[in-house]
Write a protein that binds this ligand. Structure first.
Ligand SMILES: CC(C)(COP(=O)(O)OP(=O)(O)OC[C@H]1O[C@@H](n2cnc3c(N)ncnc32)[C@H](O)[C@@H]1OP(=O)(O)O)[C@@H](O)C(=O)NCCC(=O)NCCS
Length: 180
């Protein structure tokens, strides 16, 4: 469990697989700026969560608020095995948005990854139109590093430009939320 002040993040377990699969297949959850199509089966998620081989170290979390309600999902994974680039992603259920949950989840993942891995940077990608996600990344002290032209396939079937954000270990300096 990764413990914050507004949210806690616990690893997705076998019992969460149907719920999290439904979330990830629901356009209301993934939103209009996310990759399309992003359908996933329970078996795909089970392999990622329970399987013995996970070369990308893909790790899924349920975000819970202080009432222990499940309010969203987050993950980290290796985006480039060559360079050991670790990337974060997140989504919050519509009725729980705008309460700082995604911001805190991103900050917690950044603290956790820098504290547990010998890596120089953490990154995230987003659609250039995803204003709320951009705010989350900037709230988490990530810096815009570049544009990814025609990188994200979105509804109703067109390529959208993306943005890449990153935070270096020097930018981070010390944990913001997690205790050392
Ligand atoms: C993007 C997303 C994760 C933000 O989650 P959240 O828990 O609402 O984010 P936060 O509460 O931390 O808010 C971050 C900022 O966005 C603003 N914001 C969030 N939702 C908003 C809304 N509906 N209207 C206006 N502003 C909004 C917040 O006010 C906050 O701004 P501030 O820092 O100036 O106060 C959520 O909208 C979502 O799940 N979207 C679909 C999935 C997605 O796009 N994920 C990111 C993929 S890169």
């Amino acid at each position: 469990m990764i413990t914050g002040t507004k949210v806690n993040m616990r690893r997705v377990e076998e019992r969460d697989i149907p719920t999290v699969t439904n979330w990830l297949n629901d356009p209301g959850f993934t939103g209009p700026h996310a990759d399309f199509p992003t359908q996933i089966t329970e078996l795909d998620l089970a392999k990622r969560v329970l399987g013995p081989v996970n070369v990308l170290e893909w790790t899924d979390y349920v975000i819970e608020n202080q009432n222990r309600e499940a309010v969203g999902w987050a993950c980290h994974y290796i985006d480039s095995l060559n360079f050991n680039w670790h990337e974060i992603a997140y989504a919050v259920l519509p009725k729980h948005r705008k309460q700082g949950y995604a911001t805190e989840a991103a900050q917690l993942l950044i603290d956790y990854l820098f504290m547990t891995k010998d890596i120089p940077r953490i990154q995230a990608k987003t659609n250039s139109t995803n204003d709320w996600s951009i705010k989350v990344l900037e709230n988490a002290n990530m810096k815009r590093e570049g544009a990814l032209r025609k990188a994200i396939w979105v509804k109703p079937g067109k390529w959208a430009d993306g943005l890449i954000y990153g935070i270096t270990r020097e930018d981070w300096a010390k944990p913001r939320l997690l205790k050392a």
